[in-house]
Design a protein around this ligand. Structure first.
Ligand SMILES: Cc1ncc(COP(=O)(O)O)c(C=O)c1O
Length: 390
């Protein structure tokens, strides 16, 4: 099919989905698919959650957009709720993950500028991590597939995942922040161990470096806690988040501790669309659902069950599946070879998953998934592995 859309995506799923409900998507031909991708962790409440449908109907009658020159009451409400929930002092609203990370980077550099240390302006990141597609965020990710041909910013240094010696070597007097994903998403559902996060926090304190945890994919309960770094009991200085915030409507933000927030003032940053009344109404609705008693417990129960069932798959198909990893409902099936063929067999069997680096198939279901839906997915995975072997 001829397309006028810029060719920057390898579109592997080409069905025409016209209806969605919870864990399922339905095509124009009335075919039903089990969705373990959920817009790459955006639809944390599944498709068309009744509370979100009700909210968008209600708020579509109110002003959709004002301007950030106006006081936006839903934005104020969301900001207060997320700050009180997480222990941060201020949040800058954004529309996407890359923007949220840009703001995190700007905040870190601006803080040291504001205290008279403008030379402390380098960000240390993990090689082949993922923070977005703007020039600054591809510079942070340092993935050659993303950076090729672009003018990369020179204020970024990198170390390899898990290489503590290299991490220490790369820190200089100019390092202002270390930017990490507590669970690498595109990098292949790789959690950073809790003791490493604790060590990183201590190292940052010792060297007067800000710690930025990118929670864009692993945040909003995806890992089993509201933010994934909370498993380690640490507190970062800056936290960009996005994806699940408004249940499928574009929104994101960046949380700051007071000392950093104080360095960002009028004209330091801004956005036309960010924090609009409509986006923030939906963000408040998502929090209403997620903060109900039992939500977090459900994720942890489902995660335990999912990992147990995937262990069986791993045991039965160890010639295909090398490792099952991840945290909460951010699960990676690492295959011995390129997983594209297996992903396409899943799809033929009406299961949607998503590829990540490191030969990983990502499973990112709705956080309100049921045991029955997990069982259904496991059966499809089993059947597909048998077909793959045949
Ligand atoms: C960890 C992480 N950071 C940043 C981004 C960029 O978010 P967006 O695509 O909304 O710009 C992503 C997107 O997948 C992500 O997973």
């Amino acid at each position: 099919m001829m397309s006028y859309v810029l060719g920057t995506y390898a579109r592997s799923v080409r069905e025409n989905f016209v209806f969605g409900k919870g864990s399922y998507l339905y095509t124009d031909k009335k075919e039903k698919f089990l969705d373990f991708c959920q817009g790459i962790a955006v639809n944390a409440l599944g498709h068309n959650h009744p509370k979100l449908v009700e909210a968008i109907k209600k708020y579509s009658e109110k002003p959709w957009h004002l301007s950030n020159l106006f006081l936006i009451h839903e934005q104020e409400r969301f900001a207060e709720r997320i700050c009180k929930l997480t222990g941060f002092d201020a949040v800058g609203l954004q529309n996407s993950g890359a923007e949220a990370t840009e703001l995190a980077i700007k905040g870190a550099v601006k803080y040291f500028y504001s205290i008279g240390k403008p030379e402390k302006n380098r960000i240390l990141c993990i090689n082949n991590s993922f923070h977005g597609r703007t020039i600054a965020t591809i510079s942070a990710g340092n993935n050659p597939k993303h950076t090729e041909g672009f003018p990369i910013l020179k204020h970024f240094d990198h170390f390899d995942f898990g290489n503590h010696d290299q991490l220490k070597q790369k820190i200089t007097d100019q390092t202002c922040a270390i930017l990490i994903e507590p669970v690498l998403g595109e990098g292949g559902c790789k959690p950073i161990q809790d003791q490493c996060l604790e060590g990183l926090r201590e190292l940052c304190n010792e060297k007067d470096i800000l710690l930025i945890c990118d929670e864009i994919q692993c945040g909003y309960y995806r890992s089993g806690k509201f933010f994934a770094y909370q498993h380690a009991g640490i507190m970062p200085d800056i936290v960009p988040f996005a994806k699940a915030v408004s249940g499928g409507y574009p929104a994101g933000g960046c949380l700051f501790k007071k000392k950093v927030a104080n360095s960002m003032h009028i004209s330091s940053h801004g956005s036309t669309f960010a924090g609009s009344p409509l986006a923030m109404s939906l963000a408040n609705t998502v929090l209403d659902v997620m903060l109900k008693e039992g939500f977090e417990q459900h994720i942890n129960e489902m995660s335990k069950y999912f990992f147990e069932r995937l262990k069986e798959i791993h045991q039965n198909f160890s010639s295909i599946i090398k490792e099952v990893r991840g945290r909460g409902l951010m699960i990676g099936l690492q295959t011995h070879d390129d997983p594209s063929k297996l992903i396409s067999i899943f799809l033929k069997n009406k299961l949607i998953t998503v590829k990540a680096n490191d030969n990983v198939i990502r499973i990112l279901p709705s956080l309100i998934i049921t045991k029955e839906e997990i069982d259904e997915g496991i059966e499809i995975i089993k059947k597909s592995c048998q077909k793959y072997k045949a």
